[in-house]
Design a protein around this ligand. Structure first.
Ligand code: M6R
Length: 315
């Protein structure tokens, strides 16, 4: 499976990759459509292209589809805008039915794309015998309660507004996490830089010591996404490395996560009765709110960031 997309849709694909590989045991590569189109990709008649696009009109994504089709790939698109170009040129389409998305920064586009990838992974996992009916039923139940879990993340509003107040004037900020938490970090970082104009970078936590840690100095905010049990201890140790160099740690974690004394400055607890695999969805809503409040507190209109268009229909 190859997932080409741009911007947030690409990051939704990065999150979906973990779920599909875990539940279906099929190798997945996520590709920036603007790169894939010129890369002479290793795609053939055995490739399933899962295309993600809110608008269905992104020029680079359309070009990536054409390139893959010329090599014989089967194209399944996950698109929001009904009847859009991508929906029409694909072999199959699943609509996300998120309704019109007005703000330039995509929010429900991203969350619905990740939800559909999750559903697809559940379906394929069961069909391929990688997932028992009971396991699939349990994960489906989790999906059904997702709206309440997202609401709980949205209820963190006042806390997030206070948090944004603390770092709104910082010139730069980092996001770190591992595995699907890293995918969530990339989206959180894009949202923040897109609508607040603060420079921000997402880093796989284990990569810190390969470069970024030289940027950590007293007071620099580092949003650490630590929701996944299998990598929690590792992420915590990266967090402590940052803290030891004076970084300001904002931990976004599951409710009840215990950290060593003085290792965290602020905590944003995601209260979700969900399998770890689905926690990225409420978590990303909290990160979207971080971007929103930072933008508003800096006097920017979060719906209309400068220099950006809602649909990028030219190269
Ligand atoms: O319409 P698309 O999903 O194809 O758009 C892809 C990107 O241009 C889009 O996600 C962009 O990165 C957003 N402004 C992010 O908020």
């Amino acid at each position: 499976i190859v997932i080409p997309a741009c911007g947030s849709a690409y990051y939704a694909g990065c999150a979906g990759k973990y779920t599909i590989e875990k539940l279906c045991r099929i190798p997945v590569t996520t590709e920036l459509a603007s790169e894939l189109r010129y890369a002479d990709p290793l795609i053939d008649g055995h490739t399933l292209l899962i295309v993600l696009s809110q608008s269905g009109e992104t020029a680079d994504t359309i070009a990536a589809i054409r390139e893959a089709q010329s090599k014989g790939a089967y194209v399944l698109s996950i698109v929001n805008v009904v009847g859009s170009t991508i929906a029409r040129i694909s072999d199959d389409v699943i609509y996300t039915w998120a309704g019109p998305e007005i703000a330039v920064a995509t929010t429900k586009g991203y969350t619905t794309q990740v939800s559909v990838l999750y559903l697809l992974a559940l379906y394929l996992g069961e069909k391929r015998g990688c997932l028992s009916r009971e396991e699939a039923a349990k994960l489906t139940d989790d999906l059904m309660i997702l709206p309440q879990m997202v609401q709980r993340a949205i209820d963190l509003n006042p806390q997030i507004a206070q948090l944004a107040e603390r770092y709104k004037n910082n010139p730069s900020l980092f996001f770190i996490g591992r595995n699907v938490d890293y995918a969530v970090c990339m989206e959180g970082s894009l949202k923040l830089k897109e609508i607040s104009y603060i420079h921000s970078e997402a880093y796989a936590a284990g990569e810190l010591k390969h470069g970024t840690i030289s940027h950590i100095e007293p007071g620099i905010p580092v949003i650490t996404v630590a929701t996944q049990a299998n990598v929690l201890a590792k992420t915590i140790s990266n967090m402590e490395e940052v803290k030891a160099r004076g970084g300001m740690i904002i931990a976004v974690c599951r409710k009840g996560t215990v950290f060593a004394e003085n290792s965290v400055d602020l905590t944003l607890e995601i209260d979700a009765d969900l399998d770890d695999m689905l926690v990225p969805l409420p978590t990303v809503c909290a990160l979207q709110l971080i971007a929103y409040y930072t933008s508003v507190l800096r006097g920017i209109d979060p719906d209309k960031p400068r220099n950006l268009a809602k649909a990028v229909t030219t190269e």
